[in-house]
Design a protein around this ligand. Sequence first.
Ligand code: BES
Ligand code: ZN
Length: 781
Amino acid sequence: MKTKKLLLSAFLCLFIFSQIQPIWAQNRHQRSPKTVKNDTDAKSFNQSRTIQKSEESFFATMDSKDAQALKSKWPNEILILSSNEDGISAVHLTEKGAHELHRKILVHGPGYVYHSSQESALQALQRKIPSQNKSVTSKEVATFSIDQDAVVQQALDLVDNTNIATTIQNLEDYGTRYHTYSSATDAVTDMKAHWESLAASRSDVSVQLVNHNSTNMPSLVMTITGSAFPEEYVIIGGHIDSTSGSGNSNSPGADDNASGIASITEAIRVLMAIDFQPERTVEFMAYAAEEVGLRGSEEIAIDYKDRNVNVKSVVQLDMTNYAGSSEDVYLMTDTYTDNTLNNFLMQLMDHYNASGTHQLTYGTSICNYGCSDHYSWAQQGYAVSFPFEASFGDHNPNIHTPNDTYENSPLPNATHAAKFTKLALEYIIETAKSADGTDNCYTPSSLSASNITTTSAELSWSMVNGAENYSLRYRLQGEDQWNTLSEIQSANYNLENLSPESDYEFQVQTICASQSSAFSSSQSFSTLSENQLPVYCQSSGSNTYYEWIEMVELNEISNTSGSDNGYGDYSNQVANVSPNTQYQLTVKAGFRSQSYLEYWKAWIDFNRNGTYEASEEVLNTSSSSSANISINFTVPTEASLGRTGMRISMRYNTGQASCDNFNFGEVEDYAIQINENTFAARSNSEKNHSSITIDSKVENLIVYPNPVHDNFFHLNLEKDSKIQSIKLFNNLGHEENLKIIRNEEKIDIGNLKNGIYFIHIQFEERLEILRFVKGTNTIDK
Ligand code: BES
Ligand code: ZN
């Protein structure tokens, strides 16, 4: 099946390739033919064909092994002119030979590179395969250093694969981007608007359509003009057109090559977010009409050569979202890529991606024909690299078919394509270099406030190159006076002790070695009201056919819900609780027919920061029964007062995190109102008057179980303490008529009403007070 698809696409490519030859030929300089030096095959080939290039034959370079194989089967269709030690041959080939080569010997690509003259084919042999190249190439190759760690790290942290997924799907939604369709041109003009929106605030950025002679579809170029060396160019591009076998009207081209364009678009977004201002000019390109013979990139590269544009390096991204091989990134190391630049990209990955969150692995592979737009640049003598999604043989088998869709990509959320965005960012930042921060002590941008609570907010801003530290000032909106915090060492700060339900604004200033920037414009944020529920991440099951959360019980919450199709928002149901008090949570699974193993978790956002931290997990168990599951938990003393969230999650067969979306099972969200503990408060005021201690710190002095559900509790007293008296008080301060004898470990409280009690234990030198609850805690009612 896989081979069949490959063959089909190979035929299509051959067809396209042969169609475009005249266009390529037009653009080549005519050179006078040279004598063939190494014409070992001339005798066996029909000589009349070798003299003049005809419609039925042409010059080409190709893999020597393929040339030999073709020659042994069809001796009259190929003349091997010369071969070099890297295994490349210059040949004179008939159309029939080209066709047979394609059909019988290769499964993908044209299998040869077209040359307009014999001389051009022979000259191509002089170029060595870069990965084996030990000799000096004629082309000037810039050497780049790796020293932009801070800027690169900041950029890598911002890469978001979900943006890439969105761009891929948006491009796929044009139906086809085959170059003759108006939808292809629409995709380019819409992408222009998108790139412009990303660069909205920048006067050093322009986005332009490039019209072509060989196609009606335009290419798209975004330029960030370099601040120090504007005449030196660093380029990254990929084709935006698509093709497919079914008359091209259904060519989603998600991997080939919406993915490459999406990887590039995310790099643009990140560079704008960090306010990257390059020293060299950086260009991003979306080429037209690649699938019909590299037409857009060919015209652009020739134009740059004609204008003598000093292009330092070019990277091609064509297909980035199909993880077909064991490594993540494969650098094409055939004749059309530059050895020095390939090595530089490998050094970048060694430096930035060897371990940690941005880890990725790489290998090398070869296309060995002009398989993508990098060839256009190579033909003009520019240094170009082509990092690819898999090794050549393992590439996405769906390309050039209506099945090349995002849905068919093997990994969720464009995580593979995100690796190419990271490499692209490393490449751009290190080759173009960030403008020197000491000279340009920029004002911080991208101010934002997150993790906002009733009394705190995490503020962050873009890191500025060359910053020694930052000053932050904030105030209640409408006030005159700023509160200023100086010498902040990182590009974020956790602001605390704010008033609830208030509107604040803040500004940031960069402090550099010899100067400071202006304060940024204000970013505002509002603290939560005590009764406002923070906003939480999404989490849900997607299939409740077999099991669901049937029932949840906690104080006032008693919710028998049945299936909610994976997620139930019950945040309008509220349970009242207080710090330092124990409660019982009960849950129950519902099953369609038989019961299954379910993993249960529950979290309460005690610190009300909008995140369910691991420390806020109150339930973590598994069960394969539909019986009630009950646990006790204590609200921490330091819980933040106000309205907060409780999440109950039940997942089939395996554990879950608080933001997970999974298949079988269900998630329900509730609200918890954390109220002041009136008893602790009263006792605290007592404490001021009579200096007693609440909540014993004495080791081993505990009362259990707590709450006491039956008629007995255990008092674990220090064995050799000098206890003078043990008294029991109810929560109104009345002493209960119950004798507690020292060393009596099991105490009968059958005669006590449900409620809260305090045991006063008078030691020689101090009073210890233990609190316990009889029955279910109804403290807040
Ligand atoms: N994205 C492909 C190139 C490709 C495919 C590289 C598979 C590596 C593995 C590109 O869009 C394409 O289809 N190129 C044509 C040749 C082009 C000159 C028309 C091809 O490979 O046949
Ligand atoms: Zn293609």
